[in-house]
Design a protein around this ligand. Structure first.
Ligand SMILES: Cc1cc2nc3c(=O)[nH]c(=O)nc-3n(C[C@H](O)[C@H](O)[C@H](O)COP(=O)(O)O)c2cc1C
Length: 326
């Protein structure tokens, strides 16, 4: 599939995840075959105000390209200005967030709140498309609707296409559902039938069979994976292999997992410094050890230590024990 002139072999995308899918995690997913990645959501207002922390979020490494820079906001002029400023980070795509369900964002009219106001959503998209011109494609990431009585993703998708977007990411849940099941594949299918730009299906892809179902039941052009990759960037390798051959690869062995954990932590430390990394590493390490024998007590250790090297030694020992036992 293609988003404008950018080719994606199998249409495999890593979902934007604030506080999680930073450059270090995106690097790991890229290594295993994520074909497109997205920055954490970036406040259009903060970018326009020149906030330094926001600028750090917007940085894109050459290794992770093609990478979309995701903006949130609901003021057309601020969004246009932010998109213009975003160009200095050379994003490959500008994505507009219309899915964030978090109260703080929605109460300002941003994120999924825009789906309640199609006219404003259209204005925001037009404004960003006009601002970036031919420089990069613009995409939009939407939910199935705001709530169960307002499932309007097909309508928003048609407006987005009219406004000039080059692809649409659809998370098959309403804002009210937050992340609770089920994911509504039927609405993703309706979006796909409503527009001619590529549609990327998102929601609850945790196995190769889930990916196959997303493709076959919705007719989508690509898939986007969020939580399924947490502590398991190798999932992209399994997916890629499955989509090419129909064959399911076994889970990653613990020796290779340990190598990945060390690489991920090395990048996290070099990106954010030891102190910040020591706090931020905990969630990732807890996800990495999920399902491993003795993971509950391991998670306990992870949450108590504030020294990455010590924590890695504990995980290494636990993994070695599992290898000896199995
Ligand atoms: C921790 C977390 C942070 C997220 N942050 C963003 C974000 O910044 N922008 C966005 O569009 N979606 C965000 N999402 C939503 C995901 O991109 C995705 O749509 C959702 O998790 C469903 O996909 P999944 O079932 O594969 O996880 C976030 C999700 C999670 C779990």
């Amino acid at each position: 599939m293609k988003i404008k002139n950018i080719e994606f072999e199998n249409g495999l995308f890593l979902a934007p995840m604030a506080g999680v899918a930073d450059r270090a995690f995106r690097h790991m997913c890229k290594k295993y075959g994520a074909e497109g990645v997205v920055t954490e959501m970036i406040s259009s207002k903060a970018l326009v105000f020149g906030d330094k922390k926001t600028e750090i979020l917007a940085k894109i490494d050459s290794y992770e390209r093609p990478c979309a820079l995701q903006l949130f906001g609901s003021d057309p002029l601020t969004m246009a200005k932010a998109a213009e400023i975003a160009m200095k980070f050379s994003p490959d795509i500008i994505d507009i967030n219309m899915g964030c369900p978090v109260h703080k964002i929605v109460s300002s009219g941003d994120g999924s709140a825009l789906m309640k106001n199609p006219a404003l959503a259209y204005e925001v998209i037009c404004s960003v498309v006009n601002s970036v011109g031919d420089k990069v494609p613009v995409t939009v990431k939407i939910r199935s609707g705001y709530d169960v009585s307002h499932i309007n993703a097909p309508e928003i998708a048609m407006l987005a296409e009219k406004a000039g977007v080059s692809a649409i990411f659809v998370h098959g849940r309403t804002r009210d559902q937050m992340y609770a099941p089920p994911c509504d594949l039927e609405t993703i299918k309706k979006v796909k039938m409503a527009v001619s730009v590529p549609v990327i299906g998102n929601g609850d892809i945790f196995t190769c069979e889930d990916a196959e179902r997303m493709f076959s039941e919705t007719g989508c052009d690509g898939i986007m994976i969020g939580r399924g990759a947490l502590g398991n960037p190798y999932f992209f390798f399994q997916l890629k292999h499955f989509l090419k051959t129909g064959e399911k690869l076994p889970s990653q062995n613990l020796k290779d997992k340990m190598i990945d954990i060390e690489e991920h932590m090395r990048i996290l430390c070099s990106e954010k410094g030891e102190k910040t990394a020591s706090a931020e590493c905990r969630k990732h390490l807890s996800w990495y050890v999920k399902g491993v024998r003795g993971s509950a007590s391991l998670r306990d250790c992870i949450n108590r230590t504030d020294n990455i090297e010590n924590t890695l030694n504990i995980i290494r020992k636990a993994f070695d024990n599992c290898n000896t036992l199995s």
